[in-house]
Design a protein. Structure first.
Length: 347
């Protein structure tokens, strides 16, 4: 019974899946032009049937809006939210620090530097649309991770949590200064860079959905694989090492997976803050701290949160659209203060 209670059960998977799908359908229906629920479901069902039968469904104004604009955007937003939340939960569990996240660890800032350089200087890969930005973001995310771990190892051979966080914060400030410097000399690309830095998935395509989905499956599987080890980290690195956990290997594997996943998300959606910082806290209040339950739950809750944030971003000032990063930062700041207050009050 204990082992069953420690795992994410089938009924919970079904419940979280139902909530996520319902949120996705609502987000597809609503927008600057609202589409009735029956037409939305009919358009999506017709597209799915067309994939298997080879018969394209009849095109209407609403079906074009749903299938060409809203559906790929909502799917990309959901996958981005799931990835960022999963990375946040993994980093917080790994470093045993509730304020830890890929954004303040330096990985997100490094990925942003790579993407901004690619946008400013027009780096591209022939034959692959937007692959230059994505490649630069992933490469710089990896280089940032290597630099942070190398400096941490030089200062502390044991790669302690405090050392990694400190070096990560220093590197974040350094990367932000580089981003600002590049933006200053970007010329006509300034507007594109500034809008991208605030976070937006307004131009998401199905190819972005495929890239995000593959990245989440591949690198998310690595994080899920080490869920038991993340539980061991909760009792301290020395104690985890004493019960047989290869601390250095687990740290390296999770940090590499997080950096790759964050690099993909940043390259497609820009800098979207607070998702990986706040959602693990909120989800932990529901399912508890056990990572075998927390990691699946936070993947779903992150997708739901970012879909709702994107819905607010494109409807609250319609027809004008806000960057999604503005909404997540605004909501996340208040939510984090509330969570911190409740935690202190509980203590």
């Amino acid at each position: 019974m204990k082992k069953r209670a420690e795992r994410f059960r089938l009924i919970e998977y079904l419940l979280f899946t139902a909530v996520t799908l319902a949120t996705a359908v609502v987000c597809v229906c609503l927008g600057s032009v609202s589409v009735p629920l029956n037409e939305t479901v009919s358009a999506i069902a017709g597209a799915v049937r067309g994939i298997f039968t080879g018969i394209a469904p009849p095109e209407t104004t609403h079906s074009t809006v749903i299938l060409s604009v809203r559906l790929p955007r909502v799917l990309a937003v959901a996958l981005t939210g799931a990835s960022l939340s999963l990375c946040g939960a993994a980093v917080q569990g790994l470093l045993r620090n509730p304020l830890a996240d890929a954004s303040n660890l330096g990985v997100s800032s490094g990925a942003a530097v790579g993407a901004v350089l690619s946008i400013a200087f027009g780096f591209s890969i022939p034959g692959f649309y937007d692959a230059g930005v994505m490649t630069s973001a992933i490469v710089f995310a990896f280089l940032s991770l290597v630099l942070i771990l190398t400096l941490s190892y030089k200062l502390d051979f044991s790669l302690s949590t405090n050392t990694i966080i400190l070096i990560g914060l220093i590197f974040t400030m350094f990367a932000s200064s580089i981003t600002s410097l590049v933006t200053t000399f970007a010329g006509s690309k300034v507007n594109s860079i500034v809008f991208w830095m605030m976070g937006s998935l307004s131009g998401a395509k199905y190819r972005d959905v495929v890239v995000l989905a593959v990245s989440l499956v591949v690198f998310g599987a690595v994080i899920f694989y080490y869920a038991r080890e993340l539980n061991a980290f909760a009792i301290g690195e020395d104690n985890a090492r004493n019960i047989g956990v290869n601390v250095e290997r687990v740290k390296f594997a999770i940090l590499v997976a997080v950096s790759a996943l964050v690099g993909v998300c940043v390259s497609i959606g820009g800098s979207i803050g607070f998702v990986g910082l706040v959602m693990p806290h909120m989800t932990r209040m529901i399912v508890g701290p056990n990572h075998r339950r927390l990691l699946p739950a936070v993947t779903f809750s992150g997708a739901v949160f970012l879909m709702l944030a994107d819905l607010v971003a494109r409807t609250i000032l319609s027809p004008r659209e806000l960057p999604i990063g503005v909404v997540t930062s605004f909501v996340g700041a208040f939510a984090f203060v509330l969570i911190f207050y409740q935690t202190r009050k509980g203590r």
